[in-house]
Design a protein around this ligand. Structure first.
Ligand code: PTJ
Length: 243
């Protein structure tokens, strides 16, 4: 781990880099995950590396959607597992959702490493992809899902990925919540709720909102009726372009 003094102006960003590098070293994160992370960093830089109002609106809608869901599921890939493992475990527990490993860059070994890593962060159970349940409308490795998790879910939380599965999930009639620093990505544009923020900042806030909202499902449904993801994306894109 890099010896970064806490006073360094880029402290948070450098520690997050360390977490991704550690993920690669542990066999949890794909080497491609480093490239994806760099792209995220560039967008985060333009957004001022802080959670903006449009992200807070989306976080609130995501919390409402998760608490109002009949069968939510939380998908975990190599980058999310490296950056926010404990937060994903806590979120899944807060909404009684299964955690399911689902990765793009196919590797049985890495799937197992992610499961071990999530267990080490407190996950009681982690679902794995199977050949018995396959998503339609998609050809990549992400089509292999678990019959008790993503396959059966009405709402799927898919932080940080590229767009092929997000579209397939939406085409399968599911609601998708994503976290993506790029408001112009296919995932951002296709998801039902798009949180344009760093997953490291968004997850703790999302967990707080879920805990606040979970006792009032009617209020959560009312909020969702008025939620406009297009407006959130427009505001996020404006913020990126204005730098
Ligand atoms: O573990 P795997 O095999 O499933 O692979 C995971 C990655 C992320 C490598 C894979 O899904 C991929 O290649 O994704 P993309 O197409 O690079 O898209 C990743 C998106 O996440 C980009 O739009 C980035 O801007 C965004 N992103 C990167 N880091 C963060 C982020 N969004 C939020 N928080 C971040 N820390």
């Amino acid at each position: 781990m890099t010896d970064v003094p806490a006073t360094h102006p880029r402290y948070a960003s450098l520690r997050t880099r360390d977490a991704i590098v550690a993920g690669v070293e542990k066999g949890v994160t794909s080497i491609h995950g480093l490239v994806a992370h760099g792209r995220g960093e560039a967008f985060d830089y333009l957004l001022g590396e802080r959670t903006r109002d449009f992200a807070l609106d989306a976080i609130d809608a995501a919390a409402a959607m998760l608490v109002a869901a009949a069968r939510p599921a939380v998908s975990v890939n190599g980058n999310a597992a490296a950056l926010v493992p404990g937060e994903l475990v806590a979120l899944a527990a807060a909404v009684a959702a299964p955690l399911e490993v689902n990765i793009f860059h196919a590797s049985k070994e890495r799937e197992r490493a992610i499961r071990t890593h999530m267990r080490a962060h407190g996950a009681p159970d982690v679902l794995m992809p199977t050949a018995h349940a396959v998503l339609e409308h998609i050809d990549s490795n992400r089509r292999f899902v678990n019959p008790d998790g993503i396959h059966a879910a009405d709402v799927v939380f898919v932080p940080l990925e590229d767009g092929d599965r997000c579209l397939a999930l939406v085409q399968s009639g599911k609601h998708v919540i994503t976290v993506d620093l790029n408001p112009m990505s296919r995932t951002a544009r296709t998801a039902t709720v798009t949180i344009v923020d760093n997953v490291t900042r968004a997850l703790p806030l999302l967990l707080e909102r879920v805990i606040d909202r979970r006792d009032d499902i009617d209020a959560a449904r009312r909020l969702l009726d008025g939620y406009d993801n297009e407006r959130v994306l427009r505001a996020a894109e404006r913020a990126v372009r204005e730098g």
